[in-house]
Design a protein around this ligand. Sequence first.
Ligand SMILES: Cc1cc2nc3c(=O)[nH]c(=O)nc-3n(C[C@H](O)[C@H](O)[C@H](O)COP(=O)(O)OP(=O)(O)OC[C@H]3O[C@@H](n4cnc5c(N)ncnc54)[C@H](O)[C@@H]3O)c2cc1C
Length: 559
Amino acid sequence: MKLVIIGGVAGGATAAARARRISEEAEITIVEKGPYVSYANCGLPYHVSGDIRKRSRLLLQTPEGFDSRYSITVLTETEAVQIDRAGRRVRVVGPAGESWLSYDKLILAQGGHPVVPAVEGADAAHVFTIWTVPDMDRIIEHLEKAAPASAVIAGGGFIGVEMAEAFTKRGISTTIVELMPRLMSSLDPEFGSLISQRLESRGVHVVSGKGIAAIHASEVELTDGTRVAAAMVLLAVGVRPETSLARAAGLAIGQAGGVLVDNHMQTSDPDIFAAGDMVEVHHRVLGRGVRIPLAGPANRQGRVAASNALGISLGYAGALGTSVVKVFDAAVSSTGLTETAARAAGLDAGAAVVVKDHHAGYYPGAHELYLKIVYERGSGRLLGGQAFGEEGVEKRIDVLATALAAGMTLSEVAELDLAYAPPFSSANDPVNLAAFVAGNDLSGFSPTLTAGSLKGVLGASGADAPVLLDVRTLNEFEASHLKGATHVPLDELRFRLEEIPRDRPIILYCRSGYRAHLALRILKENGFHEVRNVTGGYLSITAEGGFEIEEAREGVLDS
Ligand SMILES: Cc1cc2nc3c(=O)[nH]c(=O)nc-3n(C[C@H](O)[C@H](O)[C@H](O)COP(=O)(O)OP(=O)(O)OC[C@H]3O[C@@H](n4cnc5c(N)ncnc54)[C@H](O)[C@@H]3O)c2cc1C
C-alpha cells in the first residue's frame, strides 16, 4: 500500500501520523514544497510579537523525526506539479530533479495561499504576507534590519488583528486598513466595534470602510486619497484555497470554490482524499458546503482522510467554524451562525445578548463578558454564538459549539448543568442566562429586539412610531442617550406609569438589558402590551453604531 500525501503541515502531517498508527505496512511519503513540515502556522504572529521566544518551538516535527518515529519519508522543497489519475502517480519537482511517485491512495492537504491585491507597489521589498515560517523569517529580518517605525496592515481579519498586536508590542506605530465597515466582518457588526475599541485603546489605529489603492516607499495611499505612514506593509486580505493541481486533475470543485469531498473526505476520485483549507465541507448549521480555513478542522479532516484511505471507515460530521482570536488582553470567539449570516441564509433569526461578569461579581477579578446567541424563532433551535471579553470567552463558545453539535434548542441550553463556584462562573452561567433571555423573547414573556433591528423600528412614523424609554439612572442618561429617548429610571417607573403612552409601541433600554427586562415586566403587568427590550442595551446600541446620540457637554456632569 503506497500512500502519498501532498502538503505536510496541519492536515497533511496529521494524516501521515494517523496512517502510520493504522498500518505498519504502508509506504508513506509526504511531499512538501516548503522547507519545513508540521509547523505551527497559528503560532507565527506570537513569535513576531516575542510571546513565543524560541523560533524552534514552532517547528513541531522535522523530516528526520518523521523518519525515526514514524518511518515516514518527507520530501521537503519538493512540489507536486501534476496528478496522473489514470496511472495513479504524481509528478514532483525537487532538489533531485523531476520524478514520478506512484500511489495507491493520495491525500491532498495543500492548504491555501494569501491573496495579494493587484495594487501598485504590492511587490515592493517592504511588503509582506504571513503564511509560512519563511514568511515570518522575512518579516522578522526586516524588523531587525530596517527597524520600521510604522506599519500598515491591509485587512482586519484574524491574522491582521493578531499581527497588529505583534507589531505594536515591537514598538511599531500600526494602522489596520479594512475595506469593510468593521473589522472581522465575519462577525456581527458590534463585535467589530468592540475589537476596534480594544485595539485603539492599545495604540493601534483602525481605518475601516477604505481599501489600499497604492503602496509607496514610506506610506500607503487609501481608496479615498488619504495617505497613511507605512515603513512596512503586511497584506492580510484573505486566503484562497490551493486548488490548481486538483482542478487540472479534473477533480470536482464545490460551489464555495473548494475541492468537493464527501463525509469520508473522499474527492470525486475514490483513490484521492483531501483535507484542510483547500476543501469545502458540510456546515453543521447551514447544511451546505462552506470553506472553513481553520486549523482544528484541518487536523480532524486529515485524520478522517487517512483512516478512510487505509480502509477504516470514519465519517467527518462537518464544521461550525468555531474560532477564537486574541485581541491584546481580550479575546473574541464565535461558533455557528452570526445574526447577519443567519438572516442572509433566509432563517427567521432572533438574538439575545447578555453582558455579565465572567465569574461571580463579588469574587475578585471579575471581567465583563459580552455574549450573544443566535436562534431560530420558529423552532427555538440554537444557531450560533459570539463572545468578547477578557476572561472566560472561549469557554462559553465551546459550550455553545457543543450544544450546536448536539442540535440543542434554547430550552436545552437553558438547562445545561455547567460547573460553578464563584472564582469560575455564576450560579446562572452567562450561557444559561443568554438562553433564558432568548426563551423569554420567544415565549413573549419579555420580547426583545437587537440593536441592529432597532434602526428599522426607529424609522416608523405615526402610531407605529415607538416610545423610546431609557430606564437607566439620571447620571447614565445625562452622559449619553439615544436622541428622542424619554428618561424614567427603573426605580421610579411604578410611580410614573401615567407618563407613558398606551397607544404606541414601547422600546426599553438600559445599559445591558437587565434593568429594561425588569421595567418590561412592570409595564406588561400594568397592561402595556407592545413592549420590547433592546437586548444588550446601550452597550449593544453604541457598539452597533449608526444611531443619533445626545451626549453631555463637557463639564456638565462634573458641575
Ligand atoms: C499566521 C496564521 C495564523 C493562524 N492562526 C490560526 C488560529 O489561531 N486558529 C486556527 O484555527 N487557524 C489558524 N490559522 C489557519 C490554519 O493555520 C490553517 O487553517 C491550517 O494550517 C490549514 O491546514 P492545511 O493542512 O489545510 O494547510 P497548511 O497548513 O497551509 O499546509 C499546506 C501545505 O501544503 C504545501 N503545498 C501546497 N501545494 C503543494 C504542492 N503542490 N506540492 C507540495 N506541497 C504543497 C504548502 O507548502 C503548505 O506547507 C492561521 C494561519 C496563519 C497563516
